[in-house]
Design a protein around this ligand. Structure first.
Ligand code: GFB
Length: 299
């Protein structure tokens, strides 16, 4: 999703030789495939956005896959980039690297100070390992690589799947279907009390371009940086907003037998302020843009 938002920004900014490779083109879990891609393209800069991702249920149903696939993808990409001498690499992290009971908002120094949220522990461990590999490559070999840590991302080109998507895609599909079928109610998961910070994928892509153009690894304390929107909402508030955006008139029910996941994920992005970047699209506008695109292709 972030890659598909990023490529047009790079082309519009005049970068003539942008090479993107989706999972259908290159299986980055395969060391030889990652090596072959790097060897044939010989990039100066690598923006590493590839991950196996999914929402809370996808993560819970396959921690083995989320851990091993993402560990292999991260290691293969970073080591291939090192082998072919890239001049800069930006790695995309995730706010699930922070402990479940983390003080809020979550500062960079809180990573690895407590137990992780069990519903996405496999994914989080793979993200922490890749972030640390990136930090060690910089520390030990002066490789110009660092990690940007976004909050929950959503936006255009998000994979839509009612069971396995993240919350925004899941809610959009459920409200849209209920509106079309004139269903009296929509049932959502959990209590609605969990809180999440969201960033529009196009804003994340703009942040990546900004850091690619203006920031080097030695400027990033600890080798990773929170890149958040600075505000969070409860899932209940998100559901009300989504209901309005979609134009659904029925009721919202909560299935409290379903998991809430981490109680709250709001990052402290105060270190980010000195890098002169801020998001442009607020949650309501982002949801509207995403829904316009979704409704246009789904009747
Ligand atoms: O986005 P999400 O799946 O994952 O769920 P996390 C966020 C919250 O939305 C949870 C609630 O409290 C869910 O119970 N929710 C309510 C729903 N209805 C729905 C629905 O229909 N679909 C979904 N998906 N959620 C993810 C991790 O955790 O965070 C990923 O699973 C990644 O690995 C990402 O790290 C950043 O925010 O809980």
């Amino acid at each position: 999703m972030v890659g598909r938002n990023l490529v047009p920004l790079l082309r519009d900014a005049g970068y003539a030789s942008v090479v993107s490779s989706a999972s259908a083109d290159t299986d980055l879990r395969d060391e030889h495939a990652a090596d072959a891609l790097m060897k044939s393209e010989r990039p100066n800069i690598v923006l590493h956005l590839a991950s196996r991702v999914g929402g809370i249920k996808a993560n819970m149903s396959d921690p083995v896959g989320f851990l091993t696939d993402n560990l292999r993808i991260g290691t293969n990409v970073l080591l291939a980039a090192r082998r072919y001498g890239v001049t800069k690499l930006i790695n995309l992290g995730s706010s699930c690297i922070y402990p479940r009971e983390c003080p809020q908002p979550m500062k960079e120094e809180y990573m690895l100070t407590g137990l992780l949220e069990p519903t996405n522990e496999g994914y989080a461990i793979a993200k922490i390992a890749t972030l640390k590999l990136c930090a060690f490559l910089h520390q030990q070999e002066k490789m110009n690589c660092f990690t940007l840590v976004p909050p929950n991302l959503y936006g255009l080109h998000e994979r839509m799947d009612a069971e396995h998507s993240h919350v925004i895609a899941g809610l959009m599909m459920k409200f849209h279907r209920a509106k079309r079928e004139a269903a009296p109610s929509v049932t959502l998961w959990g209590s609605g009390s969990a809180r999440r910070e969201f960033l529009f994928a196009e804003d994340a892509a703009r942040a990546i371009v900004h850091f690619m153009e203006h920031v080097e690894a030695e400027e990033i304390e600890g080798n990773f940086l929170n890149v958040g929107s600075g505000t969070d909402v409860s899932i209940r508030e998100l559901a009300e907003l989504m209901k309005t955006v979609v134009g659904y008139k029925g009721d919202i029910l909560w299935d409290t037998a379903q998991p809430d996941g981490m109680p709250r994920k709001l990052m402290d992005s105060s270190r980010l302020q000195r890098f002169d970047w801020r998001p442009q699209v607020n949650l309501e506008e982002g949801l509207r843009r995403m829904y316009d695109a979704y409704a246009a292709s789904n009747g």
